[in-house]
Design a protein around this ligand. Structure first.
Ligand SMILES: Cc1cc2nc3c(=O)[nH]c(=O)nc-3n(C[C@H](O)[C@H](O)[C@H](O)COP(=O)(O)OP(=O)(O)OC[C@H]3O[C@@H](n4cnc5c(N)ncnc54)[C@H](O)[C@@H]3O)c2cc1C
Ligand code: FES
Length: 582
């Protein structure tokens, strides 16, 4: 006989402020059982609320559910504690509801309400606060007894003792525990990840997160071993030529000081440079794409000066770009690491058509790719869609038009978003690179897409490609990101719930990462833990730090090569308490 599934207790509570580790913390984790029928609305029960709605709550987390059967386990684990229903912060304590057998999207009737399963709970430090013990978060995660959330399909009333009736089994779905497995353990299980993003009832922030995970896992598959750098550390270079490309963009030809031939690189790769900038205490490290095909005698960088033409006094002059433009004279010295980066294209692969999409100075890696494709003299179809504000930003015009004119397989379209005057070229059009434009130009979506540009453009183009049905593993992106601008945590921002202890072992500092919006490098800086950085974008490898325990997730795919046990704190956030060699 199938055991009856029922509600053992309905628990609610409003946020309160409590002291935890010397800080006032507002939390809604304190829930107490309530008798009688309680109204479940689309966001929560009457009398219940989450404290931090940026991480907790929302329609997909309207009610948190925890099995009464787990309490027996916890009573054995924590024999000295009294464990009333609701102590885990759950709204519904249940009986007979086997969490391992539940699928995302399964629908139930409870009392007069109708609900659907959405996702597992990923707890935050507030669980430790509720139990008054630091180790609770770790023990809870290790137990695998996490509980899950309901979304409200139809509002209604629920009381302790109500039966839980399955009214519809989700079709083509996966067990709710699969989310935890793919999130915490099997992050590179491409097949599992791809099955997961196809689950219709999966909450959107999880779908976005797993799509990014697919991109990361796909990149690892494409590039199973990190390429060995052609030299280690920084090597001195001399500026041989400086060529003006536009009002605020110039190209810089660098030759090695030792006069030795330069190793080739893959189109799309970049150099990480180190500069001694007068008045700046520490060396300034930045990354710049190689904007030409590989040459044996020099490397070309094409750099936009930050803060020159904006007329906005708020925009400070960029340290490195201003140094390149205003101080570095022909004959001057800089240092550079060997070419690196995984945003590359294999020019020998002849039969895969590509669309290169560049915005503003983000054109540079794509320029290297296009020149490489043209030099391969193969019939591979290649489009370059280049978005700029107007003709003043339109760099390398002659070179691009010559490539398009002399290679039948290459098609060039330049988009002016705000043309200052009449346009003068058949390949030039007004507007942004968007879905309509791509559908108008391209015969189908069956291309590999390479995208690099300002964050807003990258976001809109990748969203357009997704809407067009381009598989995630066919969309390759690189973010430049201003080096000293703080990065916001993207992806499943509401997942995980925030709050983990991070120990910087060598500095003897333990700090709490409890603000979901910033990567670990910023936590280190706030606590005066010195970690060198360059790009702050996961590209240059300058911030590489050894992870002593715990694990992290990345805000986007790291481009710097990493050894086992190393992380890039500039783009990493913790997924559990961790300790770092810093
Ligand atoms: C892989 C990669 C490839 C790249 N390729 C190129 C390329 O080919 N060409 C190119 O021009 N660039 C490229 N970049 C960008 C480049 O690395 C630098 O980020 C860029 O030149 C700015 O550096 P900067 O030192 O001049 O400016 P920064 O001194 O880092 O300042 C950048 C901007 O941020 C502003 N800023 C600084 N601090 C703050 C703050 N706290 N809050 C708000 N705003 C702030 C400054 O006012 C300035 O406007 C690439 C980046 C990466 C990661
Ligand atoms: S600072 Fe460049 S990878 Fe982190």
């Amino acid at each position: 006989m199938v055991p009856t599934m029922k509600i053992v207790s309905v628990n609610v509570g409003l946020p309160r402020t409590v002291q935890w580790k010397g800080k006032a913390v507002s939390t809604g984790i304190f829930k107490a059982p309530l008798s009688g029928r309680i109204h479940l609305r689309s966001l929560n029960f009457d009398g219940d609320r989450q404290a931090d709605l940026s991480v907790h709550g929302g329609p997909d987390k309207a009610a948190y559910v925890y099995a009464s059967e787990y309490y027996a386990y916890w009573r054995r684990e924590l024999p000295d504690m009294v464990l009333p229903w609701g102590i885990f912060g759950e709204n519904l304590t249940t009986e007979g509801l086997n969490e391992d057998a539940l699928q995302i999207g399964d629908r139930f009737r409870i009392g007069s309400a109708e609900v659907a399963v959405t996702q597992p709970r990923l707890p935050c430090f507030k669980l430790g606060l509720r139990f008054g013990r630091d180790d609770m978060l770790k023990r809870f995660l290790a137990s695998g007894r996490l509980g899950f959330y309901f979304r409200v399909v139809a509002e209604g009333e629920i009381a302790a003792g109500d039966e839980v009736l399955l009214i519809e089994r989700a079709k083509d779905s996966l067990a709710v525990s699969e989310i935890t497995r793919l999130y915490a353990r099997d992050k590179d299980d491409l097949e599992g990840l791809q099955r997961m993003v196809r689950v219709a009832a999966l909450p959107d922030d999880w779908r976005d997160f797993f799509k990014e995970q697919i991109q990361r896992a796909g990149a690892h598959v494409r590039q199973p071993t990190a390429q060995r750098p052609a030299w280690t550390g920084f090597r001195p270079f001399i500026l041989r030529a400086k060529l003006r490309e536009s009002e605020d963009v110039s190209s810089f030809h660098l030759v090695p000081e030792d006069g030795q031939p330069l190793p080739p690189y893959l189109p799309g790769q970049f150099l990480t440079v180190r500069l001694a900038v007068p008045g700046v205490e520490r060396p300034v490290v930045r990354s710049y794409s190689l904007s030409d095909a590989a040459q044996s005698d020099h490397y070309r960088l094409t750099i936009r000066r930050i803060g020159s033409r904006t007329g906005d006094p708020q925009v400070k002059a960029g340290l490195a770009s201003t140094h390149f433009h205003d101080r570095l004279a022909v004959g001057g010295q800089i240092e550079a690491k060997a070419p690196a980066g995984i945003f590359t294209i294999d020019v020998r692969q002849q039969d895969q058509p590509v669309v290169l999409i560049g915005g503003g100075i983000g054109i540079t890696p794509l320029l290297g790719m296009l020149i490489g494709i043209a030099a391969a003299q193969a019939p591979r179809e290649a489009w370059l869609l280049y978005g700029v504000r107007d003709d003043r930003d339109h760099i390398m015009r002659t070179q691009l038009e010559t490539i398009a004119r002399t290679h039948a397989n290459v098609r060039l379209r330049v988009f002016y978003s705000r043309p200052a005057r009449a346009m003068d070229g058949p390949d030039i059009q007004v507007g942004h690179i968007d879905l309509d434009a791509m559908k108008r130009l391209l015969p189908s979506n069956a291309y590999d897409f390479y995208v690099c540009g300002p964050p807003a453009m990258m976001d809109s183009v990748t969203r357009d490609l997704q809407a067009w049905g381009v598989p995630t593993d066919r969309v390759h992106t690189e973010a430049f990101g201003p080096a000293t601008v703080k990065q916001a945590v993207r992806g499943p921002t509401a997942q995980p719930d925030c709050g983990f202890d991070v120990t910087f072992e060598r500095s003897g500092v333990t700090a709490q990462w409890s603000r979901c919006e910033s990567p670990l490098l910023e936590l280190a800086e706030e606590h005066s833990v010195a970690i060198d950085f360059g790009c702050r974008a996961g590209s240059c490898g300058t911030c590489v730090t050894r992870l002593l325990s715990g694990s992290v997730r990345y805000l986007h795919q790291p481009n710097a090569p990493l050894e086992a046990g190393e992380i890039l704190p500039c783009i990493a956030v913790p997924v559990e308490p961790l300790s770092l060699d810093a």
